[in-house]
Write a protein that binds this ligand. Structure first.
Ligand code: NAD
Ligand code: ZN
Length: 373
């Protein structure tokens, strides 16, 4: 057993002291895990747009990562020191109605909560600097060499899987992939339109490629996204700005009446409506993934539904983090799923702010941050 068990660990973490300011690498103290908690040594982390959106400071962000269990708290039986894990921002308690339902991954206890900055067990933070508490973020806080996570937010994965690749499955990539494979479920040979070619949309396209879609049509307002998307099997592109008629009409004209499946990964309400209205009547299915603005309302004529189109939405690609994510890692291990093409940049932990710049400038799909470097 490691000598750190039961002890406070001092390590480096990237702390957000205030909104919009660069992160500062600080020495933090990480308390031992309490009941149902696990302390994890993070080896690799990446980031996405959710990191940084908070009213609560000081805070340690980070929710896409891979690590190794250092020690476990009371009552933890599924994990032991040395296990390889992916922290996930939304959990699976395995006890609530959602966890017991085959159809849901929206755990009552551990569903994403961006406002809570403390652990559920005692309402306290496990991070501090000279006695000042530093808040957690979505239960993961992976921009730290060690973090404490509820056992329900950790997927135990194959120890042979390279953590510097599979860490990207903690959030956006699984979200897009699952939206296609678990929810849109295209049949082999069907056409799939993907709205928004950011990381989530490209993962939705990867899902369509795996499902054997015959045509993958990318829709984005930014033509710079098209070149990158070719690596993901996207063969045709539509920029709504290039057309006078609504994009749903353009897609219907290209596909003899509509695409078989559409997956929306933009967060734009207009794209959500177009994604629904571009699917074929009789069998088309549209899936919404993007997070809309607070005041948005979805407006379509009910006839569009009566004509046998289906509209669905999904959270984290309908994957249950503990039950299903290990299987997604296996898809990578058996070469069904390609992850390398998502990883466009890498930086040492000391240069984590560069990773934010790459993301905000739209240069990176995923930038891997190596801890301890
Ligand atoms: P991103 O910003 O990298 O990519 C979005 C893309 O959509 C951009 O390329 C942009 O040009 C394009 N776009 C914007 N408006 C458009 C429009 N009207 N028509 C066509 N294209 C348009 O974002 P991302 O990281 O890929 O995330 C995509 C969305 O998924 C976000 O809304 C994010 O919040 C959401 N998300 C949802 C879940 C979930 O569980 N449901 C999880 C993670 C992310
Ligand atoms: Zn639950």
């Amino acid at each position: 057993m490691s000598s750190t068990v039961g002890q406070v660990i001092k390590c480096k973490a990237a702390v957000a002291w205030e909104a919009g300011k660069p992160l500062v690498i600080e020495e933090v103290e990480v308390a031992p895990p309490q009941a149902n908690e696990v302390r994890v040594k993070i080896l690799f982390t990446s980031l996405c747009h959710t990191d940084g959106q908070t009213p609560l400071f000081p805070r340690i962000f980070g929710h896409e990562a891979g690590g190794i269990v250092e020690s476990v708290g009371e009552g933890v039986t599924d994990l032991k020191p040395g296990d390889h894990v992916l922290p996930v921002f939304t959990g699976e308690c395995k006890e609530c109605r959602h966890c017991k339902s085959e159809e849901s991954n929206m755990c009552d206890l551990l569903r994403i909560n961006t406002d809570r900055g403390v652990m559920l067990t005692d309402g306290k933070s496990r991070f501090s600097i000279n006695g000042q508490p530093i808040y957690h973020f979505v239960g993961t806080s992976t921009f730290s060499e060690y973090t404490v996570v509820h056992v329900g937010c950790l997927a135990k994965i194959n120890p042979a899987a390279p953590l510097d690749k599979v860490c990207v499955l903690s959030c956006g990539i699984s979200t897009g992939l699952g939206a296609t494979l678990n929810v849109a479920k295209p049949k082999k040979g069907q056409s799939v339109a993907v709205f928004g070619l950011g990381a989530v949309g490209l993962a939705a396209a990867e899902g369509a490629r795996i499902a054997g879609a015959s045509r993958i049509i990318g829709v984005d307002l930014n033509p710079d996204r098209f070149e990158e998307a070719k690596k993901f099997g996207v063969t045709e592109f539509v920029n709504p700005k290039d057309h006078d008629k609504p994009v749903q009409q353009v897609l219907a004209d290209m596909t003899d009446g509509g695409v078989d499946r559409a997956v929306e990964c933009t967060g734009s309400i207009q794209a959500m409506i177009s994604a629904f209205e571009c699917v074929h009547d009789g069998w088309g299915v549209a899936v919404l993934v993007g997070v809309p603005n607070k005041d948005d309302a979805f407006k379509t004529h009910p006839m569009n539904l009566l004509n046998e189109r289906t509209l669905k939405g999904t959270f984290f690609g309908n994957y249950k983090p503990r039950t299903d994510i290990p299987g997604v890692v296996e898809k990578y291990m058996n070469k069904e799923l390609e992850l390398e093409k998502f990883i466009t940049h890498s930086v040492p932990f000391s240069e984590i702010n560069k990773a934010f710049d790459y993301m905000l400038q739209g240069k990176s799909i995923r930038c891997i941050i190596t801890m301890g470097a």
